[in-house]
Ligand binder design. Structure first.
Ligand code: CUK
Ligand code: CUA
Length: 859
């Protein structure tokens, strides 16, 4: 039976037995006009609710200046990371901490609020991806950003001190020593005017080696340096690895040094720059450059930055050129570092250079001449391993684990070609839609590619999606490369900018934080100096500067009233006191253009000038709890030159004394019931020694924090009651309830975690069984310890026996009429479907269910 038929069979067994719209897989295929191939593609990419992806992809966001994070194979988007561009949800560019990061990207002092992000790159060790930092470059305003993958936030932007434009970045050396950035359009390295007639003399390309300080997780600009290059319009780059470790490679496309001038009647750039048959592949040795940068006779200083002269690099044997077919684009280094694949946009061939041959010629000092700047040129023929005709417009390549195999994009032909760069032959090709730029396989530019899928990053989508006006989304296509033929699985529109390139990493290598340590500044990674804990909320004034030390916790902001004078400079520092994961609050002040995203434990601040008289609400911007809308306060801005009338507080409309008493009794009863739940949870936690488990203890501390506030509030309630002030007593009792709800919420979470922790250890078989249970989707109907849309499985073996349960899972239908089963079917109006489990899987699931029964009292 074919694979396709198997899938059919599997799907057709999922028959919904309730409701009017009974449908089978075949019905749906007919209705939606889906082929077997479509169903297979769906089965390969669809993730059932709750299932995680195997790979995480970081995509450049192009002109949005952001980074897009999505999962493979599901192609679900998880995050847009604000990088070069403000991003309000994350408070990026709207709170003080992130504004400082963005300021690092000011260009010669000027604020820049967009970027053209191009090539994301991960930290590496021995050429393999580590995945604790991500780097990306900005082509428009030459910059490199550092993103910390502990929280997927941008923590640093550095601006290139000598370039006006770049493209060949960000490329990481094999042990993350440096991040390479190379120019695109040549320009004078100083910040002065020079005429175009002086192009050869005063215009330059360059490459910058940004030193990465791994311990600090930041680029050290003082230890970074550059090398001046001829004005050949450098393009993409790559760092050597393995045998070519220490070296780097850069393409270029204007060996003609053509200077344009269409408006003066001269041929345009496009014609002038592609006149010669060859351009130059630049080869440099950064380990030698690193040494040259230590001696001041080798460099000049521009904007406080060391720039090594070409002369010094040539003399030291650190810079060479090799002719390459004209107007190339990508240069990609093979996983072992031996082969360089150069693709020429205007050539139908890809050229494979052998680094061993290059190194041989360099060692023998065998050159065919020098360029006008004195750089030695190597013989192209003697360095080539070979050339292969691929098709029109080859651009970029990506590697897979199979020996010698790589995937190359063809821009003009809109294809991906699979070929063998060692034996120089084409193996397969597939059409993509349309005009592909980069092609990226899983971990495809590392020393240890993971294969499985390639992603086509297509510039055009034309007719693939619902029309949304003349500006179309771009199209990421996921392609299965596990078989001999490539198979297109999925189209994902990217509606944010031109996603030039992606980098993918196994999800298991990423270890993001769940919450921050209390009072952290996420952008520095250090404790925030103005972090505020519960009870220390305050407002301090220093002349015209007002600083508010505020806290946020479900469901209030403290303080709730802030009064300032018109013209004051107001800073509000907010700390999210929550310890529970995903309990994010947001902080915005209406009309002030400030916003902060305040995740659990984070401290962030906003500053604005209160330049208008009035009353301005501030509020929590995340729907964080049932009483989220109540999480607000007022900023009162008074005009100090005005006299305000003293207004007597308007009395609230009064209820009758009986009505008030009834309401008071109701809230007292509610609080009693809530407290009973809390006490039962507390007993469970104590009986089971929760203090032994630090993550659970943290939750309990969080819960008790809230609970501990109750006596004080309760005293106020009782005091008001004793004074006969029922109105106020009710409000305070309400506050008691608020604290209780939060205590119960966190407490129940602690209880569940504790149950899981102290249960008897699972055997391997039981653990496999749980996995089979989850992957089989059993948890769609069954929740352990609770009745859901199917029965609670706790005790099911004890209610029947192992053999019976085994048979029922394996094939439930024959038992549908047994009274025990029939009763459940009638109750839930649903039958247990046949999940087509193997005997082994059923064995394991039975083991898992035995484990559940063993621990029944915990759930
Ligand atoms: S680039 Cu866009 S398709 Cu800037 Cu890497 Cu080649
Ligand atoms: Cu906090 Cu809404």
């Amino acid at each position: 039976m074919s694979k396709v038929r198997n899938v059919f069979l599997l799907f057709s067994l999922f028959v919904f037995v309730t409701g009017a719209s009974a449908s089978t897989l075949q019905d749906i295929m007919k209705q939606r006009n889906l082929s077997e191939k479509d169903i297979l593609a769906a089965a390969k990419t669809y993730q059932p609710s709750g299932r995680k992806d195997e790979f995480i992809t970081f995509s450049s966001g192009g002109q949005s200046g952001q980074v897009i994070v999505y999962g493979v194979p599901s192609m679900r988007i998880y995050k847009y990371i604000g990088v070069f561009t403000p991003e309000p949800w994350q408070g990026y560019g709207y709170d003080n901490e992130s504004k400082k990061v963005l300021e690092g990207g000011n260009f010669r002092g000027k604020k820049i609020t967009w970027g053209d992000s191009h090539h994301p790159a991960l930290t590496e060790k021995n050429g393999e991806y580590v995945g604790d930092y991500l780097f990306i470059n900005d082509k428009a305003n030459p910059r490199i950003a550092v993103i910390d993958l502990k929280d997927f936030e941008t923590v640093q932007i550095v601006t290139n001190p000598i370039m006006k434009s770049e493209h060949g970045g960000a490329f990481v050396t094999p042990n993350s020593e440096y991040i390479i950035e190379a120019t695109q359009y040549a320009a004078p390295l100083d910040d002065q005017w020079h005429p175009i007639e002086d192009y050869e003399n005063s215009f330059r390309g360059a490459l910058t080696m940004w030193k990465f300080d791994y311990d600090k997780g930041r680029i050290n600009t003082d230890k970074s340096f550059s090398l001046e290059l001829p004005p050949y319009m450098q393009d993409l780059s790559d760092a050597g690895k393995g045998v070519s470790n220490g070296w780097g490679f850069i393409n270029s496309f204007n060996s003609e040094m053509y200077t344009g001038g269409i408006e003066k009647g001269l041929p345009p750039f496009e014609a002038g720059m592609s006149r010669n048959d060859n351009d130059y592949l630049h080869i440099f040795n950064w380990k030698i450059l690193e040494k040259l940068a230590e001696d001041e006779k080798n460099y000049k200083i521009y904007n406080g930055h060391r720039v090594i002269s070409m002369e010094a690099a040539i003399k030291a044997g650190a810079l060479f050129l090799i002719p390459e077919p004209k107007s190339p684009h990508g240069v990609d280094v093979s996983p072992d570092g031996r082969f360089l694949i150069v693709c020429g946009k205007l050539d139908t061939h890809a050229s494979v250079y052998d680094f061993n041959k290059i190194k041989g010629l360099i060692d023998k000092k065998e050159f065919i001449g020098k360029d006008p700047y004195g750089i030695p040129i190597l013989d192209m023929k003697k360095t080539l391993h070979g050339q292969v005709e691929l098709g029109l417009g080859p651009l970029h390549s990506s590697f897979v684990p199979e020996e010698g195999v790589l995937y190359t994009s063809l821009y003009v032909d809109s294809q991906i070609v699979k070929w063998d760069y060692k034996n120089l032959k084409v193996l397969d090709r597939i059409n993509v839609h349309y005009n592909i730029g980069h092609v990226d396989a899983m971990e495809g530019k590392s020393a240890k590619p993971a294969g499985k899928y390639v992603i086509a990053l297509n510039k055009l989508s034309i007719d693939r999606f619902n029309p949304v006006g003349p500006l179309h989304p771009q199209n990421h296509q996921l392609i299965d490369i596990t078989g001999p033929k490539m198979e297109l699985l999925y189209d994902m529109p990217i509606p944010l900018g031109e996603p030039h390139d992606v980098v993918t990493i196994a999800a298991s290598k990423l270890k993001p934080k769940k919450t921050y340590d209390m009072g952290s500044d996420s952008r520095t990674g250090k404790p925030h100096p103005d972090a505020t804990l519960a009870g220390s909320e305050r407002i301090e004034r220093n002349g015209k500067n007002v600083k508010v030390y505020a806290t946020m916790v479900r469901s209030h902001i403290n303080p709730e009233h802030i009064t300032v004078n018109k013209g004051d400079v107001v800073t509000i520092v907010v700390t999210n006191l929550e310890r529970a994961q995903d309990e994010t609050h947001g902080f915005g002040v209406d009309g002030m253009n400030v916003h902060a995203s305040v995740e659990p434990g984070k401290t962030a601040s906003v500053t604005f000038v209160a330049d208008q008289e009035g009353v301005f609400p501030y509020y929590c911007t995340e729907f964080c709890s049932a009483l989220h809308l109540e999480m607000m306060g007022y900023l009162f801005v008074k005009d100090p030159d005005k006299k305000y009338e003293d207004i007597k507080k308007t009395q609230l409309k009064k209820m009758s004394q009986e009505e008030l008493m009834a309401e008071y009794k109701k809230i007292i009863a509610t609080n009693k019931a809530t407290d009973d739940v809390i006490q039962s949870v507390v007993k469970y936690l104590k009986d089971n020694n929760y203090q032994k488990y630090s993550s659970i203890e943290r939750l309990v501390v969080d819960a008790l924090d809230q609970y501990g506030k109750i006596p004080e509030v309760k005293a106020k309630a009782d005091d008001a009651y004793n004074k006969g002030n029922l109105d106020e007593a009710i409000l305070w009792e309400n506050q008691v309830w608020q604290y209780m709800v939060k205590t119960a919420d966190v407490g129940l979470r602690a209880k569940n975690n504790l149950a899981r922790t102290i249960a008897t250890p699972m055997s391997d078989a039981a653990a496999r069984g749980e996995l089979a249970y989850l992957e089989g989707g059993c948890n769609g109907c069954h929740v352990i310890g609770q009745v859901s849309s199917g029965p609670d499985l706790t005790g099911s073996i004890w209610r029947t026996n192992e053999k019976w349960v085994w048979e029922f899972i394996k094939d439930p239908a024959p038992k549908y009429n047994e009274p025990y089963v029939k009763e459940y079917i009638d109750y839930f109006n649903l039958r247990m479907p046949n999940q087509n489990m193997s005997d082994k899987e059923v064995d394991d699931i039975v083991e898992y269910m035995k484990w559940i029964d063993e621990n029944a009292d915990l759930f």
